[in-house]
Design a protein around this ligand. Sequence first.
Ligand code: ZN
Ligand code: ZN
Length: 142
Amino acid sequence: MTTKNALNTLLDYGIHPSVQRIAIMDYLLKHHTHPTVDEVYVALHKEIPTLSKTTVYNTLRLFSEHGAAQMLTIDERKVCFDGDVTPHAHFMCKKCGRVFDLHLEDSFLQTIRPNVSEGFEVDEAHLYFKGTCKACAELKDC
Ligand SMILES: [Zn+2]
Ligand SMILES: [Zn+2]
């Protein structure tokens, strides 16, 4: 049951589960589209009429502070969130604005990993690429 996964995820990251938090985490775990606050709000507010945009925003920030979600600032006008916290890079299409996952070879991640023994403790890493996605590139060719 996916609700249980969302609940377990919250508990694993030491986040006190509430109905709203479980619903928001569940949405993130089911949608790998890197939704914005607005998108999560629009998707959930029918189910949970008491949900406000501020709550969605605060909840998503809380998730990212606890490491349960990634906050992506690839587009400074449109912060978006990712329930996948494994190291991966992101690609933003400058035409349609969609954000895609780019999976990197482990060897690449090793290469760029800063030397922890020098005293840097890395909590998060963000690697962004921008360009034109496949669908938009094909449209242009027509
Ligand atoms: Zn595109
Ligand atoms: Zn992602």
